[in-house]
Design a protein around this ligand. Structure first.
Ligand code: PRX
Length: 646
């Protein structure tokens, strides 16, 4: 916890869209007159039919229903591209920076229009209709943006699957939303290493029968198999279609995309976002939180496979006619100065990244940063996990030369856009705090019984009101939507996060309070890793918890009980790590595996994770009450053989 407070720099209060007085006034209005407030905000986008109904929301048990701007008609791709053409046709929409520093491209709004139309026409000629699902499994190349916007243009629902996921994870996501078309590349390129995307798709499709077409972008030219009746090269198909493609007229609540995310139980769920509310919210937050002005060069380092890439590389910035940078590579290739060199090369003004990257780069000292200029930088942002005050201070002092405010933005895949955040011209900063709610957002901290706590307090974070960017349902499973988010505290949306509010009303997110862990800013359900482990023939039982990790924020700690007669060896440990990487993807690799003859269970058979967490955290002295365990003796063995012993 940091006691330091950073005032709003005078020039920021002057130049920003919102200063402190304006924040107070707009926030008050957003709460007292949400319909009036959001009706005005809706004007930031173009409508084929402007909405007359603004908010229509019920959080009532048994009737969760969220609708915004429901009688409006629009097209998201039109808003992100076509409406800018008259004024900005020649302005750069996307700066693409390749993995190899010698490769970069500027794509104007006109070029973006033409490429998106081509991609849309390819999909149309493959009979993709409004409402059909298209799975996108691409690296960070411009075609990922073309593909997403092409879907939006013709009313197809995209489901982007992060290119680091395994064939099994991909297959499961293709099957869940019944995609008939996949868009992929031959190979991806990250940090000089190739990622076999098309081969992964081939493996996934052995488990997903309903796919008719695979569109393949040539990225590396590496050798791949093409199935002549199913696979087509993007560049060949693109040469046969035109650069004109009329936009589909979409209702405000027509789905825009599905994005799978991990929860505390079961398989990842398809978070569904719809068209108008999402776009209004993504564009508004992008403008105000990053204080985006015409001509600014803006860079969000996320991958389009995550929600941050959807809202803050693509939809928010492009709706605002911004220049957005898309980076194919990684922060430490070819060296640890890469981020800062890219900032200098493209004169980036606004830079948005994750604490895990900051902590990793901080480890290599100040020199790789200081040898670059970064004079163009004006604002820094952070997202994905709590940022520890040390990393915040380093980011501020070394990267931002004590000059750039930091916006620590709290939000979730489910929220569509940023909900708790400073506004750089309005909010005093406290390192480690996401500070204050965005317009229309009403956070509430509750105790275990759901009682709202007042003043300075700690508890679980809920939101009592809807906002336009809120997810609408879990794709194909509305009951699960209600169960996951609205059943713990009826009448409120429960975020799954713990939170403290201080005496100034500032919010400090303390991390997940459910069985979700946050590894390098990536959400991982412990249940998913456990089911991958027990799928191995030598494993009889597994329990997974998170533990504090210097770089990743949280690491993955797996307790594994082996089948009778199987020897616990270091080779087997390695084999299990490789197995999980193969089953889910590298982001799920366990950091520690402890072989456990038994797991601590209650007499009713429930695993006591609280105890497992303490052991993983190397705090055997604070296990608490173990008397309710069926066999208290298993704990001694676990403590003795713990892997994180200091
Ligand atoms: O625990 C919170 C953490 O990330 C979770 C959401 O993860 P995901 O849906 O993958 O979205 C990440 C990008 C928006 C939250 O429940 N989280 C996100 N941002 C912050 C954060 N925790 C603390 N501070 C943040 N700024």
């Amino acid at each position: 916890m940091s006691e330091k407070i950073y005032d709003v720099p005078a020039e920021w209060a002057k130049r920003a869209w919102v200063d402190q007085a304006k924040y107070k006034e707009m926030y008050a209005r957003s709460i007292s007159d949400p319909n009036g407030f959001w009706a005005e905000q809706a004007k930031r986008i173009d409508w084929m039919h402007a909405p007359t109904k603004i908010e229509n929301v019920s959080f009532a048990p048994g009737n969760i229903s969220i609708k915004w701007f429901e009688d409006g008609i629009l097209n998201v791709a039109h808003n992100c591209i076509d409406r800018h053409l008259a004024k900005r046709g020649n302005q750069t929409a996307i700066i693409w920076e390749g993995d190899d520093p010698s490769q970069s491209r500027h794509i104007t709004y006109q070029e973006l229009h033409d490429e998106v139309c081509r991609m849309a026409n390819i999909l149309r000629t493959r009979n993709v209709q409004k409402g059909d699902r298209v799975t996108i499994y691409l690296p960070m190349i411009p075609e990922a943006a073309y593909a997403m916007l092409a879907c939006a243009r013709i009313g197809a629902i995209h489901s982007v699957v992060f290119a680091g996921f395994s064939p099994d994870s991909l297959a499961q996501r293709i099957n869940d939303c019944k995609s008939k078309v996949i868009i992929t590349a031959d190979e991806g390129l990250r940090g000089g290493k190739k990622v076999p995307l098309k081969a992964n798709v081939d493996a996934a499709l052995a488990k997903a029968d309903d796919v008719d077409w695979v569109v393949v972008v040539k990225r590396t030219g590496g050798k791949i198999d093409m199935n002549p009746t199913r696979d087509l090269w993007y560049h060949e198909a693109a040469a046969m279609v035109t650069t004109e493609c009329p936009v589909e007229h979409m209702h405000a609540e027509d789905p825009l995309f599905i994005l799978y995310t991990s929860g505390s139980t079961g398989q990842p769920k398809g978070v569904l976002h719809t068209s108008a509310g999402y776009l209004v919210f993504a564009s508004m937050t992008h403008q105000y939180v990053f204080d985006y002005h015409d001509g600014d060069i803006y860079w969000c380092t996320a991958d389009v496979g995550w929600v941050t890439g959807h809202s803050y590389i693509l939809y928010g910035p492009l709706a605002n006619g911004a220049t957005t940078l898309m980076f194919e590579g990684v922060p430490n290739y070819p060296d640890n100065s890469r981020f800062w060199s890219v900032i200098d090369k493209h004169k980036v003004n606004i830079f948005y990244t994750a604490p895990t990257a900051i902590r990793a780069l901080m480890q290599s000292g100040d020199e790789p940063v200081k040898k670059t200029s970064r004079a163009s930088l004006r604002l820094l942002g952070s997202v994905g996990e709590p940022i520890n005050p040390e990393a915040w201070e380093w980011y501020h002092r070394v990267v931002g030369d004590d000059r750039c405010p930091i916006v620590d933005t709290w939000w979730q895949t489910e929220t569509g856009g940023i909900l708790i955040t400073p506004l750089p011209g309005a909010t005093k900063l406290k390192p480690g705090s996401a500070t204050q709610p965005f317009f229309g957002v009403v956070p509430e901290i509750v105790d275990a019984d759901g009682k709202a706590l007042e003043g300075a307090t700690t508890g679980n974070l809920c939101l009592t009101r809807s906002w336009p960017g809120q997810m609408r349902t879990v794709y194909g499973d509305h009951a699960r939507f209600e169960q996951t988010y609205f059943s713990t505290y009826p009448g409120k949306y429960f975020t799954g996060d713990g939170c403290r509010r201080d005496e100034d009303g500032y919010y400090w997110i303390t991390g997940r309070v459910d069985d979700v862990i946050n590894v390098s800013g990536h959400r991982m359900g412990t249940a998913e890793v456990e089911s991958a482990l027990v799928a191995h023939e030598k494993v009889s039982e597994a329990a997974v918890v998170g533990f504090p990790h210097d770089i990743k924020g949280q690491g993955i700690y797996a307790y594994v009980t082996l089948m009778a007669g199987v020897q616990p060896t270091d080779e087997l440990r390695k084999e299990l790590v490789t197995w999980v990487r193969k089953e889910i993807g590298p982001i799920a690799s366990p950091d520690q595996i402890q072989f456990a003859p038994g797991l601590p269970k209650t007499r009713s058979g429930k695993i006591m994770r609280r105890i497992l967490r303490k052991i993983a955290e190397d705090e055997p002295g604070s296990l608490g009450d173990t008397s309710t365990l069926a066999d208290p003796a298993v704990v001694d063995d676990l403590v003795q053989n713990r892997q994180n012993k200091k």
